[in-house]
Design a protein around this ligand. Structure first.
Ligand SMILES: Cc1ncc(COP(=O)(O)O)c(C=O)c1O
Ligand SMILES: N[C@@H](CCCC[NH3+])C(=O)O
Length: 439
């Protein structure tokens, strides 16, 4: 197993991240606990930006905040001069609360509500990524009502099947997202958007899927988009100033994953965009990308306390932790795989193979199958790696389990950025039928 970022084993044999002993963190803040290696997030952000800068390309690297949206995380994205992709009023509100520059926010979503569009327009959002005809009509109304114009991209589905889990594929023809590039829908959307005179159409957006390990899908999508752009240049005198190729760059969760470095995805995308622009004698558009997982995924670790176990001789040993699908639903949703160590005994040799079970009332609440571990008990802290993307953001209160706290680690300092949810928090929205039920 290979550690990520600043993770290492300290003199006590404990897992240390960002110069902070994780066993002490588990003691201090309780478990489960999400912790983030901030230096690693900064490195990832800088690697994306540097690659564009080195190639002399005007670009925006927009952090897809759906991967992990909190006020502090959005502020960190701002510190790193990233743009921001939001996909709901809630993510936009988080960005507003964080004081993120509005002109660098891109608003996504396949079913934005009227209220969400009003919120975006009233705050002069940088760009709206229009997904469908319903939204296009509604956006026209909002612009008229508010007497404002807005910049937009049209989201298209180029008919690409990226190699990833079926539920996280988005660029294929049979998808709920975007205007189909082949069947005339995208042409019609472009015509309507240009006619409306209320929107500045910057160009096109496409996102082919998530956790992708190769560049072929991005290259094919770029080619299909340029074929269309060439046609629109002739038919509608439209020239794209922006091409947004989405996110989806894969990361290494376990030894089975073999992603290419961030810079390589970007270099190959740049090369193809340049090639296509020159092929069709078009101006080189700005290239925008929207990484989520590849910015925060491997920077996140979750700490759990080990509890009960159940040994079924000749079948399997279950070891339960104090969280599960309420803080990480990815194994249940996508059969996602993770690696883990005992944070307080990193150097101890594995003595048995166990399966890590969550505490939810659900047989499918399994975090890791067949993990080699030293013999463990309630004195032990399990650290599950690579939980930084779509962990906290997809967490839930199933079984009324409170959501964990989140701590940022950097330069041997810890900062609590989300406090642990309490039982009181969970009943706060409940309205009783009567004062108190008589016992
Ligand atoms: C439109 C869009 N952009 C960006 C992303 C971020 O993807 P990832 O976290 O895989 O980089 C997603 C999620 O798949 C998305 O739907
Ligand atoms: N939430 C998913 C990916 C979907 C990304 C958003 N389009 C995951 O955990 O991998």
């Amino acid at each position: 197993m290979q550690f990520h970022g600043t993770a290492k084993t300290n003199k006590l044999g404990h897992l240390e991240i960002g110069g902070v002993d994780t066993v002490q963190l588990a003691e201090k803040y309780g478990t489960p606990l999400y912790i983030y290696d901030v230096a690693l997030i900064r490195d990832r952000a800088r690697a994306f930006k540097r690659t564009f800068e080195n190639a002399g390309i005007t670009a925006q690297v927009a952090y897809a905040s759906k991967a992990f949206s909190t006020v502090a995380m959005v502020q960190l994205a701002a510190e790193e001069h990233l743009s921001l992709d939001v996909v709901s009023g809630g993510e936009l509100y988080t960005a507003l609360t964080a004081g993120f520059p509005m002109e660098k926010i891109h608003f996504h979503g396949n079913n934005k509500s009227y209220e969400e569009l009003v919120m975006a327009i009233e705050h002069n959002i940088g760009c709206i990524v229009v997904d469908n005809f319903y939204e296009l009509e509604m956006l026209k109304e909002v612009c008229k009502e508010k007497n404002k114009t807005t910049k937009i991209l049209l989201r298209v589905t180029p008919g690409i099947e990226a190699h990833t889990h079926d539920y996280i594929l988005t660029g294929q023809e049979d998808s709920k997202f975007g205007f189909d590039l082949q069947n005339g829908q995208a042409d019609e959307a472009m015509r309507l958007a240009l006619e409306a005179n209320l929107m500045e159409v910057l160009g096109l957006h496409c996102h082919i899927g998530s956790q992708i390990f190769e560049t072929t899908g991005f290259i094919l999508a770029t080619q299909k988009i340029f074929e269309k752009l060439q046609q629109w240049k002739k038919d509608m005198s439209f020239e794209s100033t922006v091409l947004n190729l989405g996110g989806g760059f894969g990361i290494r969760y376990t030894d089975e994953d073999d992603p290419i470095p961030a810079a390589q995805y970007v270099e190959e995308i740049i090369a193809e965009v340049k090639k296509q622009a020159s092929l069709y004698s078009m101006k080189l558009p700005e290239i925008w990308i929207e990484p989520g997982r590849s910015l925060v995924g491997d920077a996140g670790t979750t700490l759990y306390r080990i509890g009960s176990s159940k040994d079924i001789p000749n079948v399997r040993k279950y070891v339960a932790i104090d969280g599960g699908m309420s803080d990480n639903i990815r194994p249940a949703l996508y059969q996602a795989k993770y690696e883990a160590v005992l944070a307080n005994r990193v150097l101890d040799q594995p003595e048995e193979t166990v399966s890590i079970a969550g505490k939810c009332c659900e047989s499918g609440d399994m975090l890791i199958w067949d993990l080699p571990l030293p013999k463990s008990g309630s004195q032990d802290v399990l650290a599950v790696f690579c939980t930084g993307a779509y962990g906290y953001s997809m967490s839930n209160n199933y079984n009324r389990i409170p959501r964990p706290a989140v701590v940022f680690l950097e330069d041997s300092k810890e900062t609590l950025i989300v406090r642990r949810e309490t039982y009181e928090d969970m009943v706060k929205l409940d309205l009783p039928l009567k004062e108190k039920v008589k016992s």
